[in-house]
Design a binder for this molecule. Structure first.
Ligand SMILES: [Zn+2]
Length: 79
């Protein structure tokens, strides 16, 4: 616990956090849901946004995780 093998490529800090894939996918699904709701109530073409964010969520499933530096807020893909 506490050991971190990742180093920030921007500032060299070891305060690097792995971003949870689950959170990212949940956020994308919620946004997709909002687009669907607004599209349903007002503008049907907003469903394009729903499809887009569902696609992002789907792609995220196969993406490697992201890392974020808590010192300089830089984010990058895990090697
Ligand atoms: Zn950094």
């Amino acid at each position: 616990m506490g050991e971190n093998k990742y180093t920030c490529p921007g500032c060299g800090s070891k305060n690097v956090r792995q971003m949870s894939k689950f959170n990212v996918i949940c956020t994308l699904l919620i946004i997709a849901g909002l687009f669907f709701l607004v599209g349903y109530l007002y503008l049907k073409f907003l469903w394009i946004g729903t499809a887009l964010f569902l696609l992002f969520a789907f792609v995220s499933l196969f993406n490697r995780g992201m890392l974020r530096c808590t010192d300089c807020d830089r984010a990058w893909k895990m090697e």
